[in-house]
Write a protein that binds this ligand. Structure first.
Ligand SMILES: [Zn+2]
Length: 463
């Protein structure tokens, strides 16, 4: 389907929504101008029944003909098919910020191992190999925020801070007087660690995310009190607090908040286990890029505070160390991946601790339909974990403001800043009901011409 065709424009560019339209995951957008083809993101489809088939399906364009790939941030639903793109013939240049490249290298290796073991179970060939990840890294260049990258056809590209995870960027395309901005995921600013999302004030076209397009988060202060109350209750009842956390950003934010509460003695000091080699490695990268943090955190660091470090913090890298957590006395806090309880070490802890009434499971992020996390979020009393039926007697609670995404009101405020220049907003990267809801709000409240494209849709832009 073609939306709003403007074939007669001289400076016309086609934008095709190959993934991440009508769904949160699989972000993949193609811009085609006269002589160049540019992709933004190349993510994995996750958390749905047909996702694996979609991830494995051939690209609907020839990767060999693509000149550039710009990567908004290191989350796997934005990067997970890059090695497949390279394996299938892409020889262009990949661009992102430096932390995004470094985090992506880690995450893609991790994802490669998970995909390979899933493929082995299903007796299918692996999606890609370590070699494909290495080849991707070789094509990958980095640039700082606000530095123009000149391309052909008078197009320049630059990154702006999206405030979503370390190194996350909005991609700003400029050509003559026209500007097109793809937001990637937009941070839930202000956040404990990162700088705020930069405002966009002069875009003609905006391609924006909508994960929480139809919902609002509770306030940050409430969330800290909420976490404090949960930890106090777990300590009092000698229970276990399980937090299935995403390795990037969420884990570091939670760690940072627990560290602050421990240091100010707001909570009793109980053992905290980060049970994820990936989250531990990611945390090390966070420590390296302290210049990307907000001024409060930078001030703390310059005053001598060591970040992500306190006496009862245990980093369990090995399988043996992970198993030993079972033997550690309760109360305790276990933070482990994966964030949607789709594999990873958290499922072992869930299998063991969900039947206990003294356990609290804290959900801190988006749970895709079909995932174990989504079943628990929706109140399932029995779930299947690692082939066994498990009774859920634990308390399941949700803190939505841990989300690293803007909520509906914040997305609206973000779009409002560019209201004077914007010709069209494309609402993507959300479940359809979320995208449609935000689209409607943009139209009704701001009078913006907004649409929620479907996967495969193409649109001609006057750009
Ligand atoms: Zn993201």
């Amino acid at each position: 389907m073609t939306l709003n065709p403007k074939n007669n424009q001289t400076n016309s560019t086609t934008l095709t929504f190959h993934g991440g339209a009508g769904s949160v995951t699989g972000s993949n957008f193609l811009l085609e101008t006269g002589s160049i083809k540019i992709l933004v993101d190349c993510g994995l489809f996750q958390g749905c029944n047909v996702c694996e088939d979609k991830t494995r399906a051939p690209f609907s364009y020839d990767p060999a003909t693509i000149d550039y790939l710009f990567v908004t941030h290191a989350h796997i639903d934005h990067t997970g098919r890059i090695p497949k793109l390279v394996k299938d013939g892409f020889k262009g240049t990949i661009y992102s910020t430096l932390p995004t490249k470094e985090l992506s290298g880690l995450m893609l290796m991790d994802s490669m191992r998970i995909l390979a073991s899933e493929a082995k179970e299903d007796k299918k060939p692996p999606l890609y190999s370590e070699k494909d990840v290495e080849n991707s890294m070789r094509l990958w260049k980095t640039e700082q925020y606000h530095t123009d990258i000149p391309l052909k056809d008078n197009i320049t590209v630059s990154f702006k801070d999206a405030g979503h995870i370390l190194g996350s960027a909005m991609i700003e395309f400029k050509r003559g007087s026209k500007k097109l901005v793809m937001t990637g995921d937009l941070g839930n600013s202000p956040t404990p660690l990162l700088k705020d999302t930069e405002p966009i004030t002069d875009a003609n076209y905006l391609v924006m995310e909508s994960v929480y397009g139809d919902r609002n988060h509770e306030s940050r202060n409430e969330r800290k009190r909420f976490l404090e109350n949960i930890i106090e209750s777990v300590a009092l009842h000698k229970g276990v607090l399980l937090i299935p956390a995403f390795s990037v950003e969420r884990t570091q934010e939670i760690l940072f908040e627990i560290e602050q509460m421990v240091e100010t003695k707001q909570i009793p000091s109980i053992p905290v286990f980060i049970d994820s080699p990936l989250a531990i490695a990611v945390t090390d990268i966070y420590k390296k890029y302290d210049d990307y943090f907000n001024k409060d955190v930078k001030y703390g660091i310059s005053s001598g505070n060591e970040i992500f470090s306190f006496s009862q913090l245990h980093l369990t890298k090995t399988r043996e160390a992970s198993k030993a957590i079972f033997a550690a006395h309760d109360p305790k806090i276990i933070i482990a991946g994966s964030g949607m309880s789709h594999g990873g070490r958290i499922v072992h802890h869930e299998k063991r601790y969900l039947p206990k009434q003294t356990t609290t499971l804290l959900i801190v992020g988006y749970q895709a339909p079909g995932s174990l996390g989504r079943q628990l979020q929706e109140g399932a009393k029995k779930v299947t974990i690692l082939g066994d039926e498990v009774a859920v007697n634990a308390k399941v609670v949700e803190a939505r403001s841990y989300s690293s995404h803007k909520d509906s009101d914040a997305l609206l405020r973000f779009a409002e800043k560019t209201i004077d220049s914007v010709e069209k907003v494309f609402v993507v990267m959300g479940e359809m009901k979320s995208s449609t809801f935000l689209t409607q709000r943009l139209r009704d409240y701001l009078g913006i011409d907004a649409v929620a494209p479907r996967e495969g849709d193409s649109v001609m832009l006057d750009f």
